[in-house]
Design a binder for this molecule. Structure first.
Ligand SMILES: Nc1ncnc2c1ncn2[C@@H]1O[C@H](COP(=O)(O)OP(=O)(O)OP(=O)(O)O)[C@@H](O)[C@H]1O
Ligand SMILES: [Mg+2]
Length: 330
């Protein structure tokens, strides 16, 4: 059965490494298996092909079984190896299922839960500490007021984190649904600038809007999400940036874009690759002090991905930061 060309075709059509074993003899191997284990393995004794003791034991036992193993085709690569007797038990089908991706996803999930818990625990510890002190009988009124203000500030911070997390999960949940509303980026930009005005005023930052009126800047998008993305970028530019912020809208290489440029201190190059990760901050103390949760750019990235767009962050210390979202045209 395994030497039948039709069966070989079926094996070759699979992307994952697959072998057919007859006792100790390797009767068939698809291209992925040959890449993993060696070009001339077909016809050989399996003991000469695989040296991993537990995997070899599994393969020689010839029974229906699964085994998780690391160290075939690269020291760290994790596999599940599945043995399935076929052809009236005269042969066995062996599948190598690559677990690298699912392990990476699992690690991300664990990291995320740990980070989120840590972020929430810090304000919570402050709240409970101050609340305990407030419960004591002889706290002077001015301290009472100060503690209450700290408690409400930390509670607001927790609320901000939770709202951002919920927003992120809503965006992630919709990632396979391509947005189809017709959105005018100039309108999104104008609303973004209006919305950010109070913050800009508080920080004495001058926010300018520049729209290329000759360009066709409409896209198929989700208006609320695009506005949320612009709001995040503008608030970063104002909070960590400088005194001047420019939001521009136009078309470049046939793609409509929104660009936020500031004249702030910039982001050191080592941080740029990780800046869109959840909870990643360049300067923890400064961002946290300014109410930052490190989720803003992660939200922007997910919004842009859902819109099949690209996010480009350019920055040089001392020369400010420029963030561009470009989107497919409508
Ligand atoms: N325009 C900018 N100039 C300098 N640093 C920036 C700029 N934008 C972002 N950063 C840095 O990148 C970090 C991550 O930004 P992000 O928007 O993801 O989180 P955040 O602003 O800390 O929190 P949030 O946006 O959730 O309130 C910030 O903490 C800040 O250190
Ligand atoms: Mg931010």
């Amino acid at each position: 059965m395994p030497s039948d060309p039709a069966h070989q075709d079926l094996l070759e059509a699979l992307d994952e490494p697959v072998l057919i074993l007859s006792g100790r003899k390797l009767r068939s191997a698809n291209a992925a298996a040959r890449r993993l284990l060696g070009r001339n393995i077909v016809g050989r004794d399996i003991r000469l092909v695989i040296r991993h003791p537990q995997v070899l034991e599994l393969l020689l036992a010839g029974k229906n079984a699964d085994l998780a193993a690391v160290g075939i085709g690269g020291a760290e690569r994790p596999w599940t190896i599945q043995m399935r007797p076929v052809d009236g038990d005269s042969a066995c089908l062996v599948r190598f299922v690559d677990r690298s991706e699912s392990i990476a996803a699992e690690r991300m999930r664990v990291d995320f839960v740990a980070n989120a818990s840590h972020e929430l625990r810090t304000p919570l510890a402050t709240i409970s500490g101050y609340a305990e002190t407030l419960a004591e009988p002889d706290v002077p009124p001015e301290l009472r007021q100060k503690f209450a203000a700290t408690i409400s500030g930390e509670a607001a911070r927790m609320q901000h984190i939770i709202e951002d997390l919920m927003s992120l999960s809503r965006i992630e949940a919709s990632r396979f649904i391509t947005p189809d509303e017709r959105c005018e980026l100039a309108t999104v930009a104008r609303q973004g600038v209006d919305q950010i005005e109070p913050l800009a005023e508080r920080k004495s930052c001058d926010v300018q809007l520049e729209v290329d009126v000759s360009a066709k800047t409409s896209v198929a998008g989700d208006h609320v999400q695009l506005l949320q993305a612009v709001d995040n970028l503008l608030s970063n530019a104002i909070r960590y940036g400088g005194t001047k912020v420019l939001l521009s809208v136009g078309v470049e290489f046939g793609r409509p874009y929104l660009r936020v440029k500031d004249n702030g201190p910039g982001i050191p190059a080592v941080h740029l690759p990780r800046i869109t990760e959840r909870f990643y901050r360049v300067d923890e103390g400064r961002s946290r002090g300014g109410g930052g949760t490190g989720l803003g750019l992660a939200i922007v990235k997910h919004i842009v991905e859902r819109h099949r767009g690209t996010l480009d962050i350019r920055s040089r210390p001392g020369e400010g930061t420029t963030v561009t979202i470009s989107l497919p045209p409508a």
